[in-house]
Ligand binder design. Sequence first.
Ligand SMILES: [Zn+2]
Length: 341
Amino acid sequence: MNRPAPLVVRRPEGLYCPQGDFFIDPWRPVDRAVITHGHADHARPGHGHALCSMRGLPVLRARLGEAQSFQGLGFGQRLRLQDVWVSLHPASHVLGASQVLIESALANGHGSERWLVSGDYRVQNDPSCDAFEPVKADVFISETTFGLPIYRWPNVADEVALLLDWWQICRDEGRAAVLYTYALGKAQRLLIALLRLAPLPGTLFVHPSVARMNEAYREAGIALPELPTPPAMLSPGAMVLAPMAVQGSGWMQRQRPALAEAMVSGWMLVRGHRRRHAGVRGFVISDHADWPGLLWAIDQTQASRVVLTHGQTSSMARYLRDQGRDVDTLETEFDAQAADV
Ligand SMILES: [Zn+2]
């Protein structure tokens, strides 16, 4: 039996829906884009028109600027774009992150397929984001950033407790601390987790890029207090949440040697990544699905075909094929490690 025409294909500009004439997270400027979330490898500037979740609108405005024209769509609402219906469904990951469901809107579309594009997603629920929503589809295009069986996340509360212990030790040793984290998503998740455990060992500061994202979260209705940006010299016991990009800055040089450094990332589960950041303590908290999470999400879609994109596609594809699934892989230009620039 012939398959219906694909609802998503790859074009030089990015993933494209021919029946709806729009791109999803295109890596080049296009007329009409659906943007799943605000990380830099998915939300690139210069599109004629961009559709995103209503929840993600303040974040995307902060990221791409007022010059970009946006339309916000409530989670679960259907919007007709030419010959298809498009709806967005929470992907957790970061605030407003969406899975994109595409269905034929033609009367003779009966029997046609439902295609679901995951964007980046996380299946652990977290108070900083809307909970991940399992969505049924015939074809599921899934990210596989952490698509290896070695990736199994430890309990988040345990990692946060270890982080708090580390901060306490830094203070007792008379040092300030810098916690490297993505400015969008991870930082807000950590702030909410840490502030719940107050009183904290010392004053919490946020890098200006984190402060900007906090403001966008507040605008979207997430309760986050205004926190100060760091002074020229940190006092012992202070902790700053900052993106990795500050590591080589003059400001950082001035703080050393009375400074301890740590990084919060799923990559810190792997020794090679720890070695690359010698002297930096690692905490394993990720905003992506781990191996069991990816398999769970794929199962939830009940998809008869799975298309794997960015990340460890080959191991996951082999595993799913061994389970008797119909699996393809698709090259994309998303890069979760380089996203927080
Ligand atoms: Zn992302």
